[in-house]
Design a binder for this molecule. Structure first.
Ligand code: NDP
Length: 245
C-alpha cells in the first residue's frame, strides 16, 4: 500500500541531511508540500530545490524562540497552513557526567527539547483551528534506556517523550495527533563519531544484526502522518531493529 498525502503541508526541522532529509524525500514522494529548515539556510534552500514539488527551505535555529516564531509564520504565509510537523532537528554533545559542562547541557536540551516545544507551540495553532493535524517528534532509544556519556542527550530525548504524551492529551479533542518515533542506531553524520568499540557493542545488541537506515525511520514517520494512523496518539514507535523490547 502506497501512502499518499496530496496537498498536505509538512514542516520538517533539520531537513538538510540524515534522517530529516529522508523524511522530506518521503513526504515529497507522497505528494506533500515540504517546508524544511536548518541553521544553514543556504543548504536548506538548496535541499528544497533538489526536492522539487514546491518545497521551500528556511534558515531557523529551533533553540531560538524568535527564529521559530518567524519560521512558523513564514511557512503559514508561503503555504497557507501547516498540517504535519516533524520535530527532527537534534544533536549530541557527549561527555561523562563530571566532564559535562553546563553549556553542553544547555545547548543539547535547548535544541532537542526546547526546540520541540517551541516549534509545536507555533505550528499547532492552525491545526487546532482546522481540526486536523499531526505532530511527530523524533526521540531516541537513548531517551528510553539511557546511555553512558549521554546524560544531556538522554534527558532531552526522555523529555520529548513526556512532552509528546502531555500534548497528545491536550490536543486529542481537536483531532491533532501527537506521537514520537524512537530510532535506534541509524547510519548518519550524527553517528559517524561513534568509536569502533561502541559500534560493536550496539551491533552485538541489535537482534536484526545491522544498523538502521534513515529511510526506515522516514517510513514510520510517513505512516504516523497518514490516515492509516488515525487512531494512534501519544505513542512512541521504536524503530531500532529490536534493540529495546
Ligand atoms: P544529522 O546530524 O545527520 O542531521 C541533523 C539535522 O538537524 C541537520 O539538518 C542540521 O542542520 C539540523 N539541525 C541541527 N541543529 C539544529 C538547530 N538547532 N536548529 C535547526 N536545525 C538543526 O542528524 P540525524 O539525521 O542523525 O538525526 C536526526 C534526529 O534523529 C535527531 O533528533 C537525532 O537525535 C535523532 N536520532 C538519530 C539517531 C541516529 O542513529 N542517527 C538515533 C536516534 C535518534 P544544521 O546543522 O545546518 O542546523
Amino acid at each position: 500500500m502506497k501512502i499518499e498525502l496530496p496537498g498536505k503541508v509538512a514542516l520538517v526541522t533539520g531537513g538538510t541531511r540524515g534522517i530529516g532529509l529522508e523524511i522530506c524525500q518521503a513526504f515529497a514522494a507522497a505528494g506533500a508540500k515540504v517546508a524544511l529548515c536548518a541553521r544553514d539556510g543556504a543548504k536548506a534552500e538548496e535541499t528544497a530545490k533538489q526536492l522539487g514539488g514546491g518545497a521551500r527551505g528556511y534558515a531557523c535555529d529551533v533553540s531560538i524562540p524568535a527564529q521559530v516564531e518567524a519560521f512558523a509564520k513564514a511557512v503559514d504565509k508561503d503555504f497557507g497552513q501547516i498540517d504535519v510537523l516533524v520535530n527532527n532537528a537534534g544533536f549530541t554533545k557527549d561527555n561523562l557526567l563530571f566532564l559535562l559542562t553546563e553549556a553542553d547541557w544547555d545547548s543539547v536540551v535547548d535544541t532537542n527539547l526546547k526546540g520541540t516545544f517551541l516549534m509545536t507551540k507555533y505550528a499547532a495553532r492552525g491545526m487546532i483551528k482546522r481540526r486536523w493535524g499531526r505532530v511527530i517528534n523524533i526521540t531516541s532509544v537513548v531517551g528510553l534506556n539511557g546511555n553512558k556519556g549521554q546524560s544531556n542527550y538522554s534527558a532531552s530525548k526522555a523529555g520529548i517523550i513526556g512532552f509528546t504524551k502531555s500534548v497528545a492529551k491536550e490536543l486529542a479533542s481537536r483531532n491533532v495527533l501527537v506521537n514520537a518515533v524512537a530510532p535506534g542506531f541509524v547510519e548518519t553524520e550524527l553517528t559517524q563519531s561513534v568509536t569502533p568499540e561502541a559500534r560493536k557493542y550496539f551491533l552485538d545488541n541489535i537482534p536484526l544484526g545491522r544498523l538502521g537506515q534513515s529511510s526506515e525511520v522516514a517510513a514510520a514517520v510517513l505512516f504516523l502522518a497518514s490516515d492509516l494512523a488515525s487512531y494512534i496518539t501519544g505513542q512512541v514507535l521504536v524503530v531500532d531493529g529490536g534493540m529495546v523490547m
